[in-house]
Design a protein around this ligand. Sequence first.
Ligand SMILES: Cc1ncc(COP(=O)(O)O)c(C=O)c1O
Length: 370
Amino acid sequence: MNQINRRNWLRTAGLSTGMLVFGSVDVFASNSEQIVSTDNGPILLNANENPYSPSNRMQQILTNNFDLTCRYPFRILSELVEAIAEKEGVSKDHIVVTGGSTEGLHAAGLIYGMHGGEIIAADPTFQSLLRYAENHGATVHRVPLNDNLEHDLKAMAQKINKKTSLIFVCNPNNPTGTIVDADALKDFCKSHDQQAVIFSDEAYYDFITEADYPSMIELVKEGRNVIVSKTFSKVYGLAGLRVGYLIAKPEIAKKLKASVMANTNVLAIKAAQEALKDDDFYKFSVAKNMEAKNLIYKTLDDLDLKYIPSHSNFVFFESGRPISQLNAAMKEENILIGRPFPPLDHWARISTGTMEDMQQFSIALKKVMS
Ligand SMILES: Cc1ncc(COP(=O)(O)O)c(C=O)c1O
């Protein structure tokens, strides 16, 4: 069955209700149309998105607030700031709401990269802050991941010099899905936050499988020079609406706020407020992501391919083939997978999809690798 027919068949057959029950929660029970966020195109396993569109509750919020789109967002923004501050246990002056966390990454890249600032980051890692900073004159020191493809904090510390303005730690790391040992990261921040601001990108924090793994917000609360970024794009499934936030002590937050350019919009603000309350969808996202990852692991085990158990919504594995070739071969199967992450050119990143997407992926990868 090709992709178009497969999706239409799913819809008409109303199969989604049965497939999407999470524990006693069936978030889509009253509308089986909301199974996936893409329609008729290729299977998208390339951008670490949440494959599930938000719940009916969220759709209702967007519809109910449609009339607000003639208003600027400033007034209602303070309500979201308040809700985030309460969730994170900080005062409102610690929060900077941004258009996706990308805008926050850019703001930090700009502030700390301008005027000859130097930035230290792992390699490979998420490039958004780094490239933006480089575009504004920063020097970025890229420190290879260790043999387990984890951040090498000791090697990163050795790169600190007088011009170092920011150290970027993507945790969990994109593209590897690894986390940094919590105590080691805290020690690192405490030892070096007087030399440079530490930026902890926690876009995938909600998918971490280690119990009680701390957010570096703990250190922000201690008054450390630490910035944490969070997003509504991943576990909450709102990537298309563009809303995220930064958390930092008020002096830093004020500087960041002054560098934010686009900000977010009224519907994104309303959606984010609702997302913070929609515990069912949150749990559903986490559970479905784990289910999808398990199917990816099984496929890779069947093929005897090496991979890194992931704390995120994607899995990084060693295909042994140039990523450009694998990409092209999977595209032929109507599946888009992650881009190249040099120097790991024989590795590939697969984002989680629906279980249906994962089954197609499994069949396609087995065919392509045979
Ligand atoms: C590590 C990391 N941080 C931040 C982002 C940006 O997400 P957004 O701008 O949608 O919040 C991404 C997107 O994939 C990411 O992988």
